[in-house]
Design a protein around this ligand. Structure first.
Ligand SMILES: Cc1ncc(C[n+]2csc(CCOP(=O)(O)OP(=O)(O)O)c2C)c(N)n1
Ligand code: SF4
Length: 306
């Protein structure tokens, strides 16, 4: 496979400075800063070649990430980063693929596509930036907005119970489901490492602060409201916080228990589930193409005859 071009061909070992581009246009205190820095730290620690990396995003504040990291990138249309990324996964399996999508982008307009991305289990790391609001368009209720929270679309309070992203992904049979937060840098990087090591659709849920539109959400100064999931096959708990938060031992091969934890009222960060055996649709398609016997055009059309 040819490399994309020399443009971003940075000689190894590269550093975070090599991955910097312009200054992000996010509000002061936005959780997207932590996620972007964690992504860069992860790329540097793993020395994933920038010229072989593609960051694909939808639309939203989070959608700006591909501009801010010196790799290849696509700022796609709203709700469609998975569609675009799937094409890359099918045609260029040698590229390292990361998808960035907000809770509106992923679970509203892109919900249908997320469903099929998870189901097809194509090889990528999918990062869900869950600030529980439509931020770029100035505060409308999203599928993960907490019940009662006032927004521009529901000023008297959001009416529905929120969708729980980890439960959604587990319910669809995702092969990798993890959760972390923008203010847990070490845990975030460990989560990306585990997701990247997994072959298939790695669903990474990240709680992301939006201090501009919802400063009360996610009390990141306190650690009493969440626990870490740990296991020898899982993701290590944040060492600084584990004593305060509590740690739950959870075997990530246990799907039923993962569901029970995702269903509980308490927030859990860590690896919920991993199944390395689930087949990947992109690999199956490539295999089928490789095994295809030469056929005339008429023969191909006839094979679809009803
Ligand atoms: C087809 C289409 N519909 C609607 C919009 C307007 N729009 C842009 S971003 C957005 C929601 C962003 O929310 P989210 O995905 O949660 O990302 P955040 O800004 O919170 O990171 C909407 C509705 C659009 N750009 N394109
Ligand atoms: S509006 Fe919210 S999500 Fe968007 S940049 Fe500002 S703090 Fe971040």
């Amino acid at each position: 496979m040819p490399e994309l071009s020399e443009k971003t061909h940075i000689p190894a070992p590269f550093t975070i400075k090599d991955l910097n581009t312009e200054n992000p246009r996010w509000c002061v205190g936005c959780g997207d800063f932590g996620i972007l820095m964690g992504l860069k730290r992860f790329l540097v620690e793993e020395q994933i070649p920038p010229h072989m990396t593609v960051n694909v995003s939808g639309i939203g504040c989070s959608g700006r990430v591909p501009f801010y990291v010196n790799t290849y990138g696509v700022h796609c249309i709203h709700g469609r980063p998975i569609t675009f990324a799937m094409g890359i996964a099918l045609s260029r399996p040698d590229l390292k693929l990361f998808i960035h999508s907000g809770d509106g982008d992923a679970l509203s307009i892109g919900g249908n596509h997320l469903l099929h991305g998870i189901h097809k289990n194509f090889n990528c790391v999918f990062i869900l930036y869950d600030n529980q609001i439509y931020a770029l368009t100035k505060s409308q209720s999203s599928p993960t907005t907490r019940k009662g929270h006032p927004t521009n679309t529901q000023p008297q309070g959001t009416m529905l119970e929120p969708i729980v992203p980890t439960r959604f992904a587990l319910g669809l049979g995702a092969s990798f489901v993890a959760s972390t937060a923008d203010w847990l840098p070490d845990h975030f990087v460990s989560t990306l490492k585990a997701a990247y090591a997994h072959r298939g659709f790695s669903f990474v849920h990240v709680l992301q602060r939006c201090p501009h539109f919802d400063p009360e959400n996610f009390d990141n100064k306190s650690s009493v409201w969440f626990s870490f999931l740990t296991h020898e096959k899982g993701i290590p708990a944040d060492k600084r916080l584990a004593d305060k938060t509590g740690v739950v031992t959870h075997d990530p091969t246990d799907h039923e228990e993962a569901f029970r934890i995702a269903n509980s009222r308490r927030t859990h960060f860590g690896l919920f589930y991993r199944n390395p055996e689930k087949p990947c649709y992109d690999e199956m398609i490539r295999q089928r193409i490789a095994n295809a016997k030469p056929m005339s055009r008429a023969g191909i059309l006839d094979s679809y005859k009803i």
